[in-house]
Design a protein around this ligand. Structure first.
Ligand code: DAV
Length: 379
């Protein structure tokens, strides 16, 4: 069925088909989380966020919101429908029978939480305690889509308990040097255990009939198995990237641009034994350009590799952060029209252009981009 701006329809099978309807997050009331196992594991030893928590400085929130509003407006001017979440009061604690944490996170990166596959949007389990209730910010939108689109399947993965059994206590150590971290992640010893299924939506790349999922801090093998059982018509592939000491989300590491072309972070190379899946199916894996910055902006969880966190609008057009000149040059050379978006001042709230968006509608169907693999429904 074709797209009409007057009708709500949920449909998105991949990361590159023409984008028509998207959610863009907000920085409002965003908090730095209190210490908790999964957050501590992600914050680098030398980060200015260590030992700090509570509401972020209001002037940074105002700047972040202005940039996100401008981004949304730029997309609207290209004819894309843009919806925004409704922040809840993130100063409220999260209290369950299994854990308690004093405040919450925010709703800037919808990509982390919402996994759109065809006519479904799945609320991910998440693995940070402070993000347990984040789905509430998106419920007004998801309920509206549910009312307006009779085909829309609103799904939620089983809420995890996130008791201490979900985290490896070794990661609670006050200081872990980078070599130890690299050895742990090379051996796939991540902060999350296999006690229960856990995944963040931003660990999943949607590539038509194939879902490529990063096994790392925020997604465990049971989370990947949950996705496999939930999407029986898809082939689900686990990947991991040993050079990353803090493997959280795939979208600053492995970025598909269009059918046949994927950028890989040169410091987080896809291991040799995992490359044939792509290379034998006509995908070229290209090393991404260097980031333009030596350090992330203040109070930011993410690495400088948000340079790769681009938003593809269609197979010829891509949004790149304005200051990421090397990434823009490379994509231009690869034949893409590059649209510059000023968003670095919003990175601290949870990521870049891909993180701060979640697909609702992209044109196109569920195609097979890995023709050498057997049909998923053939069992
Ligand atoms: O490189 O720090 C950021 C990805 C956020 N969704 C990184 C990963």
């Amino acid at each position: 069925m074709s797209w009409s701006p007057d009708r709500t329809q949920v449909n998105s099978w991949n990361e590159w088909d023409p984008l028509r309807h998207v959610i863009v997050g907000r920085a409002t009331d965003c908090h730095i989380p209190r210490p908790e196992p999964a957050v501590n594991a992600k914050v680098p030893e030398d980060s200015d966020m260590r030992g700090r928590w509570g509401k972020r400085p209001q002037e940074t929130i105002d700047e972040g919101n202005e940039l996100l509003d401008n981004f949304a407006e730029k997309l609207r001017r290209r004819g894309i429908r843009v919806d925004r979440p409704e922040p809840i009061d993130f100063s409220q604690p999260v209290l369950t029978p299994d854990f308690e944490t004093g405040s919450q996170f925010g709703c800037m990166p919808p990509r982390d939480l919402l996994l759109t596959v065809g006519n479904q949007i799945v609320e991910a389990t998440m693995s940070y305690r402070c993000r347990w209730f984040e789905y509430l910010c998106y419920r007004p939108l998801l309920q509206r889509y549910w009312e307006e689109d009779p085909e829309f399947r609103h799904e939620a993965a089983p809420k995890p308990r996130l008791s201490d059994r979900s985290y490896h206590s070794e990661y609670l150590a006050h200081h872990i040097d980078v070599d130890t971290r690299l050895e742990w992640t090379r051996n796939r010893f991540f902060v999350t255990t296999e006690h229960e299924p856990l995944f963040d939506a931003a660990d999943v790349l949607r590539m038509g009939r194939d879902l490529v999922v990063q096994h790392g801090f925020t997604t465990n093998l049971k989370g990947i198995e949950w996705l496999r059982r939930h999407f029986p018509d898809h082939r689900v592939h686990a990947v991991n990237f040993p050079g990353d000491p803090y493997p959280t989300h795939i979208d600053a590491t492995f970025t598909p641009i269009r059918p046949g072309l994927i950028l890989n972070n040169p410091e987080r190379r896809l291991p040799d034994e995992q490359r044939p899946l792509f290379e034998k199916n006509g995908w070229e894996i290209v090393e991404a350009a260097r980031p333009a910055h030596n350090a992330p902006p203040p109070l930011c969880y993410s690495s400088v590799w948000l340079s790769m966190n681009v938003l593809v609008l269609d197979p010829k057009t891509v949004c790149v952060e304005k200051s990421e000149v090397f990434q823009a040059e490379q994509l231009d050379r690869l034949g893409m029209e590059v649209i510059e978006i000023d968003l670095r001042g919003a990175y601290a709230f949870g990521g870049g252009l891909h993180c701060s968006t979640a697909d609702v509608y992209r044109e196109g169907d569920c195609d097979d981009y890995f023709p050498g693999l057997k049909d998923p429904s053939a069992g």
